[in-house]
Design a binder for this molecule. Structure first.
Ligand SMILES: *Cc1c(COP(=O)(O)O)cnc(C)c1O
Length: 473
C-alpha cells in the first residue's frame, strides 16, 4: 500500500481504501466483543480530557497513530448504546446495514436541501416516507420529511401553530403586540416540547399542562376543552395541541381520538410526539395505542430509535404540508430551481437549510430486514420486556410501578426509600452487565426498564434478571 501523503497532506485513495477496510474490521471486532464490555462508561469526569494534548498538532499525523489513540483514549470513555444489554433511556439502534449506508453517505456527502442539489436523494426521501407511511398504517395523503431529530420536528410544528394562529404575521412583524398564544399538552410530554415553546417565542408560561387520567396517563379531554374555553374568554389565543404516544417517563399515551377531536373542533393545529413508540406501529396489534392518529395535522417518530436506522433520522408526517411550507419556506433567487416542476425542496419543510442524505439508510434498513424482520424484532422486545416484568412482579422484593407500554415498564425495590432505589440503581450500573435509568412517577423514584437494542437476545434478558436478583440481595 502506498501510504505516502502528497505534499499537501492529502490522503491518497489507496490509503483511503486500506483504512476503510481496517475500520470495517475494527468495527466488526468491536461488535463481536461488545457483549463482554461494561455497558456504561466509568463516570470519572476529566479522564478523557486528561489524555488529550492541550494544543492542536502543527504537522499532520498518520492514520495508524490516530486510530491507536481512538482505542487508547476514546474507547474506554464511551457508553455502548449498541450493547445488547442497554436497557436505559430509549434505544438508539445502528443496525449494520444502516452503518454501511452512513459510510456511503459520508463518502458522497451530498447536500439535500433542494431537489436540484440531489434529485435522487429528494426522490428517495419521498418514496421512503411513503413506504414507512404504509408500514405504519397511516392513511394515504400523509406526506413527510426526514428531520434530524424529533426536537426539530416538534419545533417546526410549534412554529406552524404560532404562524397559523397569527395568520402568518409572526414571521413578518414579530410577536410584540400580539395576543398571548397558548399551546396545550399533558404533563407527561418530553422536554423537547418545552424547548420548542421557548425557541418559538411563545414562552413557557403559555404551555398549558393538562392533567392526565386513567391507566394510560392520557390528557383529560374535558380539562383540555375547559382550558381552551377559559383562555379564549380571557382574550388569549389558543394555537395548538401537542399529544403524545409513548412518553419518555413511563410511556404515557393520550387518547388521540378525543384529544385530537377537541383540537379539530376548536380549530387548533395538532402535533403528536410518538418519537419512540411510533416505530412499534409497524405491528398492527400495537395501533390501538394511537387510535385516532389519522386526525393529526403533524406527527413525528424516530426511526433512529427502534427501527435500526441510526441517528439522525426522524420522520415527520403532515396531513397537509402547506402550512409548514408557508411557515418555513424562503426562496431567494440563488436557491431557485428554474425550468423544472413537480418536485419538492425539502429545506422548505425544516428549520436548517442544509440537509444530510438520510433517506439512504432508511432504504438500506427497510430492504435488508423487510417489514417482517423489523416486526419480529419489535415483537421479541415487547415479549421479553413483559416477561421480565412478570418475573419481577412475582418476586416480593420488587414492585412493578408502571405496566408495560410496548417494551417499557418501571419498578422499584418494595418498601424502600428513594435513597435505597438510587443506591440500587448505582450498584446495578456500576456492575456493568446491564444499564438502566430512573424517572419520577407521581413523585416517586422508579427504575425504568426498556428493551429495544437490535443486538439483544433472549439470554440477555436472563442476565438482566440475574443482575437484579443478585444485587437486590
Ligand atoms: C427521544 C424522544 C424525543 C427526542 O428525540 P430527538 O430525536 O432526540 O429530538 C422526543 N420525544 C419523545 C417521546 C422521545 O422518546
Amino acid at each position: 500500500m502506498d501510504d505516502t501523503p502528497d505534499t499537501r497532506q492529502q490522503m491518497n485513495w489507496d490509503s483511503f481504501a486500506h483504512w476503510g477496510a481496517q475500520i470495517a474490521e475494527w468495527g466488526a471486532d468491536y461488535h463481536r466483543t461488545l457483549r463482554d464490555r461494561p455497558v456504561r462508561a466509568p463516570l470519572t469526569p476529566g479522564a478523557t480530557r486528561a489524555q488529550l494534548p492541550q494544543t492542536p498538532p502543527e504537522q499532520g499525523e498518520d492514520m495508524a497513530g490516530i486510530l491507536a489513540d481512538l482505542d487508547a483514549q476514546i474507547m474506554p470513555g464511551l457508553t455502548h448504546w449498541q450493547h445488547p444489554r442497554f436497557f436505559a433511556y430509549f434505544p438508539a439502534n445502528a443496525a449494520p446495514p444502516s452503518m454501511l449506508a452512513e459510510f456511503v453517505t459520508a463518502i458522497l456527502a451530498p447536500q439535500c436541501m433542494l431537489w436540484q442539489t440531489s434529485p435522487a436523494a429528494t426522490e428517495l426521501e419521498g418514496v421512503m416516507l411513503d413506504w414507512l407511511r404504509q408500514a405504519l398504517g397511516l392513511p394515504e395523503g400523509f406526506t413527510g420529511v426526514i428531520q434530524d431529530s424529533a426536537s426539530s420536528a416538534t419545533l417546526a410544528a410549534v412554529l406552524v401553530m404560532r404562524e397559523r394562529a397569527l395568520d402568518w404575521a409572526g414571521n413578518r412583524a414579530g410577536l410584540t403586540g400580539q395576543p398571548r398564544l397558548r399551546i396545550y399538552c399533558s404533563d407527561e410530554v418530553h422536554t423537547s416540547i418545552d424547548r420548542a415553546i421557548w425557541i418559538a417565542g411563545i414562552g413557557a408560561d403559555n404551555l398549558v399542562r393538562i392533567p392526565v387520567t386513567g391507566p394510560r396517563r392520557g390528557m383529560d379531554a374535558r380539562a383540555l376543552h375547559a382550558a381552551i374555553t377559559t383562555d379564549r374568554a380571557a382574550g388569549m389565543l389558543p394555537a395548538g395541541v401537542i399529544a403524545c404516544t409513548g412518553a419518555t417517563g413511563v410511556g404515557a399515551c393520550d387518547d388521540l381520538r378525543t384529544v385530537l377531536g377537541v383540537a379539530r373542533d376548536e380549530g387548533l393545529y395538532s402535533h403528536v410526539d410518538a418519537a419512540w413508540a411510533g416505530a412499534a406501529m409497524i405491528c398492527p396489534e400495537n395501533r390501538a395505542l394511537w387510535e385516532g392518529i389519522e386526525q393529526a395535522d403533524s406527527l413525528v417518530l424516530n426511526p433512529h430509535k427502534w427501527l435500526g436506522v441510526q441517528f439522525d433520522c426522524s420522520t415527520h408526517y403532515l396531513r397537509d404540508p402547506a402550512a409548514l411550507v408557508k411557515t418555513l419556506a424562503i426562496e431567494p433567487e440563488y436557491l431557485r430551481t428554474h425550468g423544472a416542476e413537480g418536485f419538492v425542496n425539502y429545506s422548505e419543510w425544516s428549520v436548517p437549510l442544509g440537509r444530510r442524505f438520510r433517506a439512504l439508510k432508511l432504504w438500506f434498513v427497510l430492504r435488508f430486514y423487510g417489514l417482517a424482520g423489523l416486526r419480529a424484532m419489535i415483537r421479541d422486545h415487547i415479549g421479553w420486556a413483559q416477561g421480565l416484568c412478570e418475573k419481577l412482579r412475582a418476586d416480593a422484593r420488587f414492585e412493578v410501578m408502571s405496566e408495560p407500554v410496548l417494551s417499557l415498564f418501571s419498578f422499584r425495590l418494595r418498601g424502600r426509600d428513594e435513597a435505597a432505589q438510587l443506591d440500587f440503581l448505582a450498584r446495578v450500573n456500576d456492575d456493568g452487565r446491564i444499564y438502566l435509568t430512573q424517572t419520577r412517577l407521581d413523585g416517586q423514584m422508579v427504575i425504568r426498564f426498556q428493551v429495544g437494542a437490535f443486538s439483544t437476545q433472549a439470554g440477555d434478558m436472563e442476565t438482566a434478571f440475574a443482575v437484579l436478583d443478585e444485587l437486590a440481595g
